[in-house]
Write a protein that binds this ligand. Structure first.
Ligand SMILES: [Zn+2]
Length: 386
């Protein structure tokens, strides 16, 4: 048994324990947390760290297969411009360069204290890396197509890809975004996705504009790719209340980005289902749109954190994402940020042993140091203890 302590232990979903001691075995299985106010502690047996200790981080939104695009795309293009750029540069890289970038990105996440990832994939390029990695991956095989006649074919092709995935417990079919799916494909993904689903949500202002009035920059960009968008009917509502009822309310549904989500959208989602999770990718938002969600609106919701991909981020570090939220909205407490980045993500992805420092769990342990009181600051850093 090993015993470690720090200024505070953040269990993941409850109040931090001052000078708490975490006791765990060689496999990283938690035996107990001791509280010096209640328990007798022999401090000679305890290794003491400066900073706080929390469970390993859970990254609920990444696209590992896009890692080769690091530094390739221009910043602040807004979403419609970003999509256009990806299409123009993606064929310039060899298979070897792509696999090397995937390996580096996986290792970067391990070093940054990430123990689980919800990863979006369009192909099989990450499958071998994931089978070997120390990280627990849930892979979401993403589909999109605005052509209703292709819905069946798209699902069949993705089902074959799913069958080739090394861990059948943690792979599922998912939707890309509300603006890139025909109604037929939405219905087919709802059928095929099992009990978990993710969708990019309200990442850009023009997504709401598309649903409200079938106008705007996203509409124009989509029209330039395909004729199918022209047959589409505006709902007169924001994006979220337009698409969410397509999915069974019993599923764990992760809405990703939420930059232009308002109070009414959140109320709609809450009334619709009690298994809605929200994912913020603050640095990707900064990279693409230079806009952040209104975090304080989400304070009572099940929020999680994602890095998005290296195509639209400088690093794959959950701590870097938390720092950005802390700087943008200092009212969000460290306890809340830790819950978002550990416990909630593990719950969403169904990794029961992760996200919580509690007897019997194997959450991994991170040491965060360089805090400014009980706030994350520019110089805060993370070190993986186990
Ligand atoms: Zn994404």
């Amino acid at each position: 048994m090993k015993k470690i302590s720090a200024e505070f232990i953040f269990p993941g979903n409850s109040t931090p324990i001052k000078n708490g001691v975490v006791v765990f075995d060689v496999n990283g299985t938690i035996e107990t947390i001791l509280n010096p106010e209640l328990d007798k502690i022999d401090w000679n047996e305890v290794e003491k760290y400066e900073g706080i200790i929390c469970p390993g981080f859970v990254n609920t939104h990444c696209h590992l297969e896009l890692s080769y695009l690091k530094g390739q795309l221009t910043k602040e293009t807004e979403l419609h411009g970003f999509i256009k750029e990806i299409i123009s540069v993606r064929d310039k890289f060899t298979e070897e360069e792509r696999l090397k970038a995937i390996d580096l990105a996986d290792n970067e996440m391990i070093n940054n204290g990430i123990v689980a990832v919800g990863d979006i994939s369009n192909g099989n390029s990450t499958f071998n890396q994931k089978a070997e990695s120390k990280i627990n991956y849930h892979t979401f095989l993403e589909v999109f197509s605005l052509n209703p006649a292709l819905a069946k074919e798209v699902i069949e092709k993705t089902t074959r890809l799913k069958e080739a995935y090394p861990n059948q417990q943690h792979v599922s079919i998912t939707t890309h975004a509300p603006y890139s799916m025909s109604q037929e494909l939405m219905n087919a993904v709802n059928e095929a996705s099992g009990n978990i689903l993710t969708i990019h949500n309200q990442e850009t202002a023009s997504e709401n504009e598309l649903f409200l009035t079938k106008t705007g920059k996203l509409y124009e960009e989509l029209s330039s790719f395909s004729e199918d968008i022209k047959n589409w009917t505006a709902t007169g509502k924001n994006s979220l209340p337009s698409f969410l009822p397509n999915f069974d309310s019993s599923k764990n549904i992760l809405l990703v980005h939420n930059t232009f989500t308002n109070k009414e959208d959140i109320s709609f989602a809450k009334a619709y289902s009690d298994s809605i999770y929200w994912c913020f990718c603050p640095n990707a938002n900064e990279y693409i749109e230079k806009r952040q969600p209104n975090y304080s609106l989400f304070i009572n919701e099940k929020c999680t954190i994602g890095t998005d991909s290296l195509a639209s981020n400088w690093s794959l570090s959950i701590l870097d994402e938390l720092k950005t939220i802390s700087i943008k909205d200092s009212t969000i407490s460290l306890e809340t940020l830790i819950k978002w980045s550990t416990f909630n993500g593990a719950q969403f992805l169904g990794f029961e042993k992760l996200g919580l420092i509690e007897k019997g769990k194997q959450p991994g342990l991170n040491l965060i140091s360089g805090l400014d009181g009980m706030k994350l600051g520019k110089y805060s850093s993370v070190k993986r203890i186990i």
